[in-house]
Design a protein. Structure first.
Length: 199
């Protein structure tokens, strides 16, 4: 109960913070949402890439931080992390091994919603708890399981196409503040992994 009160205070206070950025509608692909289901019956994947749309030119420039926020079906953030994705590179993540293996709740969810916010990597390490301007160029897709006929007997692997969404000031504040709460009070729990880099 006490942790819930602290969490609620942090989130509500962040919503009034005037410096939180609102997603510019001309910044494509910067906020995307997908999912993974039936994880008790098998694994799902998340693949990230960087089209280079935010690359200003020059060696080592244009890296994206893909800030990843994992929610259970009760709308509670279970894990968060930030992963570097280089221009024209990719990163592969396992739902079971990377996104749900270290939940803040102590119980790995079997169905998750995955929210992704892309920002430009700077000299400061990627940080999913920091509010930075959204950046263009993130692409995301993956797979999940779905029941195959007869229902409940077997499962098929089906594609998941992540959907571009509008990122409001309140949503961004909630994502980063909740992730900060996890980092500060989770004692190492609630931090997801970045999977395998294909760079």
């Amino acid at each position: 109960m006490r942790l819930s009160v602290i969490f609620a205070t942090l989130v509500l206070s962040s919503l009034g913070y005037s410096q939180v950025l609102i997603l510019n509608p001309t910044t494509p692909d910067s906020f995307q949402v997908g999912y993974a289901t039936y994880l008790k019956n098998g694994d799902s994947t998340l693949i990230l890439s960087n089209s280079g749309a935010s690359d200003p030119g020059g060696p080592g420039m244009g890296n994206l931080c893909v800030n990843t926020y994992v929610f259970d079906t009760r709308e509670e953030m279970n894990e968060c992390c930030a992963c570097t994705v280089t221009p024209d590179g990719f990163r592969s993540m396992s739902a079971k091994n990377d996104l749900t293996s270290n939940p803040i709740t102590g119980i790995a969810p079997t169905n998750i919603i995955i929210k992704l916010v892309a920002t430009v990597e700077t000299a400061v390490p990627c940080d999913a708890a920091s509010v930075n301007p959204p950046a263009a160029g993130m692409t995301a897709w993956g797979t999940t399981l779905a029941p195959a006929p007869p229902a409940g007997k077997t499962y098929s692997v089906v594609p998941v196409i992540y959907k571009d969404k509008e990122l409001s000031q309140a949503e961004y504040a909630s994502l980063t503040t909740t992730c900060s709460f996890i980092f500060q009070l989770g004692s190492g729990s609630g931090i997801c992994k970045c999977g395998v880099s294909g760079d």
